[in-house]
Write a protein that binds this ligand. Structure first.
Ligand code: NAD
Length: 496
């Protein structure tokens, strides 16, 4: 099915507006959308505040029912939405479907959560008093998302925010507005089935960075959850901080794997392939740095090179393809520039360069590259959003751990080892400094049950599972005096 047929099925009109959306699969225009202007953004924010005021008083388990209905819509339309993700973001169909599955999973999680927004009761030091800590809805939540997970990122935030009693305003990437509109259509269907949800509970704002900035600036939006590049996060965070708002940042990664001498190499190779070339290296958790023990370096790298030489690169819609296109020309130029710098810094490059240009002259397919580096040079410390795997050898565990942590980003990390001491040290306090640390699993493809996010220039935010929901609520400590006296805390006497 073509993009316009799928969108028609969702009831989304695609021939409105001046902004042309191109598919990375073949560069063809697949729709046009209109951006929101300043007046429209202002109106939507005001509507979101109104929706929040009504929604916050709906009991949380009832709010969960709306998210349950959303999950049902996603289940029923998984195939169509997954295909649209492939068409608009260029990931292979299996990954498009996986992305929608993640949305379904987080809806299930949020439905359960809607009955578990637990607070605390706290022992009071004063007689006849009770203290409690309660979590309340916080307000409209802005969700700014990146192109590479065009719909899942919204759901990680929105499913939680909605059960927490918040309204949401979504500014998708300008590269992927169509999947956002399709998702919104499914949300509207769920709202209709739900019956009495306030209008404008979830709205879309389309635009470039200026639209995101308008949300970042607005004091009516207490939480701004932003996913994208570190450059974006560094520009956005001070704007939100200026008004003392809360930002939840999910930014760039520079994820590594250590392959120790005892590693099961067949598992390591499979994990390297999925995480380094999957999604054409365009995941925040993609594997970018590979540290291999010197005793197995030559054989592992030779094995990788031979598998890289036979990778099925092609249209993400065709079965058998494992590597689809880069998102656009700028991404291709970024990859070329990084490979040139890697070469200048002493790297030996295998692969890289454009491919399938005859068949797809307006799209950017590349051969994933392996860059054997003498050291962790400047380019290795930089996130290039493309399939470049920097490979380095190591001799001592302590040294490789230090190198592993010596980059500005701190998202995901992993070690392949059968040595329990190494495995434990990797996940201990002095081990990996990342938000995600895996043993005998690659760095990408996290489950929604855990908190997702990373440290340092990755921004420090946590989304999805565990207690990430607390970011979408405000905490209130309430003390109730049911005695006939008025004792003061800290034993203070203050009588007139
Ligand atoms: P990007 O930073 O170019 O854009 C992301 C979003 O931010 C877009 O919607 C964009 O319009 C908006 N934006 C840009 N500048 C802004 C500003 N100053 N104020 C407000 N909004 C602004 O990122 P991209 O190219 O779409 O995505 C790739 C990047 O996203 C990579 O660095 C990747 O690692 C990162 N990413 C991180 C995660 C994570 O969970 N940590 C997940 C996916 C992607």
């Amino acid at each position: 099915m073509k993009a316009d047929e799928i969108l028609r099925e969702f009831g989304v009109e695609t021939n409105r507006g001046d902004w042309a959306v191109h598919s990375p699969v073949d560069g063809a225009e697949i729709g046009r959308v209109a951006f929101d202007d300043a007046a429209s953004i202002e109106r939507k924010i005001a509507q979101s505040v109104e929706a929040f005021r009504a929604w916050r008083t709906v009991p949380a388990p009832r709010r969960g029912e709306l998210v349950r209905l959303l999950g049902e819509e996603l289940r029923a339309n998984k195939e169509a939405l997954g295909r649209l993700v492939s068409l608009e973001a260029g990931k292979i169909l299996q990954e498009g479907l996986g992305e929608v599955q993640e949305m379904i999973d987080i809806c299930d999680f949020a439905v359960g959560l809607s009955r578990q927004l637990y607070g605390l009761t706290i022992a009071s030091e004063r007689p006849g008093h009770r203290m409690m800590e309660t979590w309340h809805p916080v307000g409209p939540v802005a969700i700014i998302s990146a192109f590479n997970f065009p719909v899942a990122v919204w759901s990680w935030n929105a499913a939680l925010a909605l059960v927490c009693g918040d309204s949401v305003l979504w500014k998708p990437s300008e590269k992927t507005p169509l999947t956002a509109l399709a998702t919104q259509a499914l949300f509207e269907r769920a709202v209709k089935k739900f019956g009495d949800a306030p209008a404008n509970l979830s709205q879309i704002i389309l635009g470039l960075r200026e639209a995101g900035e308008a949300l970042a600036k607005d004091a009516r939006i207490p939480v701004v959850s932003a996913t994208g590049s570190t450059r974006m996060g560094k520009a956005l965070a001070p704007v939100v901080a200026e008004r003392l708002g809360r930002s939840l940042l999910e930014l760039g990664g520079n994820n590594a794997m250590i392959v120790a001498p005892s590693a099961k190499l067949d598992l390591a190779v499979r994990a390297i392939l999925f995480s380094a070339v999957g999604t054409c290296g365009q995941r925040c958790t993609s594997l970018r740095r590979l540290f291999v023990h010197e005793s197995i370096y030559d054989s592992l790298v030779a094995q990788l090179k031979s598998v890289y030489a036979t990778l099925p690169i092609g249209s993400p819609l065709e079965s058998g393809t494992l590597v689809g296109p880069l998102i656009d020309k700028a991404a291709f130029e970024g990859m070329e520039a990084s490979l040139a710098q890697a070469r200048d810094e002493g790297g030996k490059i295998t692969g890289g360069g454009r491919t399938l240009a005859d068949r797809f002259p307006n799209a950017y397919y590349v051969k994933p590259a392996i860059a054997e580096m003498p050291e962790q040079r400047a380019i290795v410390c930089h996130e290039t959003f493309a399939p470049i795997l920097y490979v380095m050898r190591y001799a001592k565990f302590e040294d490789v751990l230090a190198k592993h942590n010596a980059v500005p980003q701190g998202l995901s990390s992993c070690i392949f080892t059968q040595d329990v001491q190494e495995a434990e040290r990797f996940v201990a306090a002095a081990g990996s400094d990342c938000g995600i640390a895996n043993v005998n699993i690659g760095p990408s493809g996290a489950e929604i049950g855990g908190a997702f996010g990373g440290e340092k220039e990755t921004g420090g935010g946590r989304e999805s599972g565990s207690d990430s929901w607390k970011a979408y609520m405000r905490r209130q400590t309430a003390t109730i005096n049911y005695s006939d006296a008025l004792p003061l805390a800290q034993g203070i006497k203050f009588t007139v």
